[in-house]
Design a protein. Structure first.
Length: 175
């Protein structure tokens, strides 16, 4: 390996491996803990939210809603963004009024696709950062990596949706 490779990490070797690559390994560990040892997926999800998502979300809030300078420069965006929190109660209310689960199912689908797309875009961003740090073409300059990445990231989600026994009838695909 070229000695200059150590300069091509986003932070440094140990931090990149721990924070960026370690997240992948932690996902596999959680799958093993659930399927191999039998610990409840609900308990593991709660643990993940408290230890990973909670601090992640608080970090975002502290850099936006709790930052005086952000309020000065982006107050319309910060206030407007809060309107997204109304979408859940509106869909539940619509379901109650029309006596159907469909609005809530649409909401859950929208939220899941949005959350998954966030992860896909985040991973693509990491790939592009590494490509740029290594002097490789990235983004529009590298369409093969772009398409391979997005196909490989989206195919499992699409496969799940098309194969799930509850989703198939809702998509008009039959049992």
């Amino acid at each position: 390996m070229d000695s200059s490779a150590s300069d091509n990490w986003i932070i440094d070797k140990n931090n990149d491996l721990l924070w960026f690559m370690g997240a992948c390994i932690s996902g596999y560990i959680l799958i093993y803990i659930n399927l191999g040892i039998g610990i409840s997926a609900v308990l593991l999800t709660w643990f993940w939210i408290m230890t990973v998502d909670g601090p992640h979300i608080f970090g975002t809030i502290s850099r936006t809603y709790l930052d005086k300078q952000e309020w000065i420069t982006r107050s319309p965006l910060l206030l407007g963004s809060l309107l997204w929190f109304l979408l859940g109660p509106i869909t539940v209310g619509a379901g109650i009024v029309f006596q159907t689960r469909q609005p809530f199912i649409i909401f859950l689908t929208f939220a899941q696709v949005w959350a998954y797309w966030h992860v896909v875009r985040q991973h693509y961003g990491f790939m592009v950062i590494y490509q740029k740090k290594n002097g490789e073409p990235a983004g529009k300059e590298n369409p093969s990596d772009y398409w391979v990445f997005y196909i490989l990231m989206c195919a499992p989600f699409i496969s799940f949706v098309l194969r799930h026994p509850d989703a198939r009838p809702q998509l008009g695909l039959g049992p």
